[in-house]
Design a protein around this ligand. Structure first.
Ligand code: AGP
Length: 608
């Protein structure tokens, strides 16, 4: 996720654009840049780091009544000045800021290079500036209109041309973009927080809208080039609410962001029809990968639960033995690792002290280290030989949700990647394993539609003092994660347990007061988990079962069932955690807890 802004009007746009960017930094803060037009000349300043670093760099910059700005969440190309937006064309007259991912940027870049265009960055976004240059003759609006016809993927684009200092061009597809209306001034931004300080009159643009923004008026055309009227909405949010895009808190916003987060984590990483997975960011040679005899995953908390599921995928597909270690233990365990061991650090923040220390410990051995992180340029990312970034966007809520599901997606595709390189699965087998991923986003949307049903369940059980979560196989890790979600935001004691262990002790807990959440999806262990439910019911326990849609058998014995679509084992892990996130969320809200900042916790545990 990145933040884009634009300003045109009666005031000096430079401080306004900087202020708008500061209010968008929660969308990304790897680098920032601004482009303004002065006397028909384009002036661009870009800085790696936060908007404050950019602000320092432009203190002496003159005045300008028209400009665009960008704060970056790196998806392609490391955080650097070269990769920072705005990007320019070869003539230096066009400046573009972009939020989204141009999925076909490599083929467009090849075409433009063959036509003589010179590129300076590793980003997908720079392609847009050169495409506009290709189609520009003397009408910047038309050039943008022609360019977007070639682009696949998601974009919110804001464009300047120094020969047209009276207008800004903006358009969107799948990425958010809004207009703010002022008196003799107008604003463009990725979303409301950026411009709330200057105007409450907002136009929410639709996909395909193409806008010419002047200081006194705005012309919006739809994809058929017809001038249209978009309604102006009066926004009465305060700044804090605006950052949550209207959600009551960040956690709920991030639960509902999961379809987009998963989509952006997958995009440009897989070619489903070719059965290919691209992880160029881990720069491990095929030979090095083929020599991996063992994998050790080190992480904490939710990321450790993701590691448990990653173990199952990697062992099943790549047939490489995996151990999943608590980072806090691993670093003191005198690990038995060598040059044929691959160590994988999983960390949303990339700053967890125990995980960082464990990975620094590994440096003493000749093992390869890669990490799965959500924050570009974080400490754990920096000490890794290679990093696979989840593109979940900033996760503000302490309880990890979208980072977890995007970690699962990365781990699954990494398993396919390893299995293809060590030739453990063929291309047809890889294609089978990638089947259904394209509509994972829609399936997640469907599970999110169960929100009100789950809220009702939370209203029944929010006074519980103890809740048990059980599952088998990947369901065991989901049980652990569901229990962690509940305990960390509602302060109810919740325990995740392997269902196969029930008769070895925990079944003694079962009576009419004990609620048991059972991950009971169709699969090889279905009959065993059915037995678990029968045993709980025969001791008057209460059961909520996460089931596969259409399962009538469990409906007959469980007290409540939450159905999720019938998908393969991997997709089931992503779908089955969502009801448990929502269950924990609604119980905590019902109990009046602060879900974004639970007591005693911090988003990133940077101390041991
Ligand atoms: C998860 O909801 C918790 N916030 C916590 O367990 C977290 O997963 C853990 O501290 C690891 O954080 P990391 O992924 O940033 O390393």
């Amino acid at each position: 996720m990145c933040g884009v802004v634009g300003y045109i009007g009666k005031n000096n746009g430079v401080p306004i654009i900087i202020e708008c960017l500061k209010n968008l930094e929660y969308r990304g803060y790897d680098s920032a840049g601004i482009a303004v037009i002065n006397e028909k000349k384009l002036k661009i300043i870009r800085k790696q780091g936060k908007v404050a670093d950019l602000e320092k760099a432009i203190l002496e910059e003159g005045r300008s009544f028209i400009g665009i700005g960008h704060t970056r969440w790196a998806t392609h190309g490391v955080p650097s000045e070269e990769n920072a937006h705005p990007h320019q064309d070869c003539t230096g007259k066009i400046a573009v800021v972009h939020n989204g991912i141009i999925e076909n940027y490599l083929s467009l870049k090849d075409m433009l290079i063959s036509e003589g265009h010179k590129f300076k960055s590793d980003t997908d976004s720079e392609v847009i500036a050169h495409l506009i240059e290709k189609y520009y003759s003397d009408d910047i609006y038309k050039a943008v209109k022609e360019s977007i016809k070639l682009m696949d993927g998601s974009y919110a684009i804001v464009v300047l041309h120094s020969d047209h200092p009276n207008q800004i061009i903006a358009t969107k597809n799948k990425s958010p973009l809004i207009l703010g209306l002022g008196k003799n001034e107008n604003f463009i931004a990725s979303d409301v927080p950026a411009i709330l300080k200057y105007t409450n009159d907002i136009i929410f643009l639709e996909d395909g809208d193409l806008c010419q923004i002047f200081n006194k008026n705005i012309v919006i055309r739809n994809s058929n080039d017809k001038i249209i009227d978009r309604p102006v909405k009066k926004i009465d949010w305060n700044y804090e609410m605006a950052q949550k895009n209207g959600y009551d808190n960040f956690m709920l916003k991030e639960i509902f962001e999961q379809p987009r987060a998963i989509q952006e984590t997958i995009i440009s990483r897989i070619s489903e029809d070719k059965g290919k997975v691209y992880f160029k960011e881990i720069n491990l040679s095929d030979e090095k990968i083929r020599n991996i005899k063992r994998i050790v995953i080190v992480s904490c908390g939710t990321s450790w639960h993701a590691g448990l599921i990653g173990k199952i995928f990697i062992e099943k597909m790549a047939r490489i033995p995996v151990t999943v270690e608590y980072a806090s233990e691993f670093r003191y365990s005198e690990p038995i690792i060598n040059e044929n061991t691959l160590v994988i650090g999983i960390s949303q923040s990339g700053e967890t002290a125990d995980t960082l220390a464990a990975m620094n410990e590994v440096k003493k051995y000749k093992s390869s280290i890669i990490s799965i992180c959500n924050v570009v340029g974080s400490s754990i990312a920096r000490i890794s030989d290679g990093v696979i970034y989840t593109h979940a966007g900033p996760e503000i809520g302490v309880a990890s949700t979208k980072a977890f599901t995007t970690q699962l997606v990365v781990l699954y595709f990494f398993s396919v990647f390893l299995a293809r390189i060590n030739r453990n699965i063929s291309i047809p087998q890889a294609i089978v394993r990638m089947k259904g991923i394209r509509n994972l986003q829609r399936k997640v949307d469907n599970v999110l539609k169960l929100n009100s049903q789950i809220k009702k369940l939370a209203e029944i059980f929010y006074k519980k003092k103890n809740i048990l979560y059980i599952g088998r196989g990947v369901g065991f890790a989901i049980a652990l994660e569901g229990a962690l979600k509940l305990k960390e935001i509602s302060y109810i004691h919740a325990e995740g347990y392997h269902a196969g262990e029930m008769k070895h002790g925990p079944i003694a807990l079962i009576d009419k007061n004990m609620l048991v959440v059972v991950i009971a999806l169709k699969g090889r262990r279905y009959n065993k988990i059915m037995n678990n439910i029968e045993e709980i019911k025969s001791r008057h326990g209460v059961v909520i079962a996460i089931v596969t849609e259409g399962d009538e058998r469990i409906k007959k014995i469980a007290d409540y069932t939450i159905p999720i679509p019938d998908v393969n084992e991997f997709l089931s892990t992503v779908l089955s955690i969502i009801p448990l996130q929502l269950f924990a969320y609604h119980i905590a809200i019902k109990k009046g807890c602060n879900v974004d900042q639970p007591r005693n916790l911090a988003k990133s545990v940077t101390v041991e």
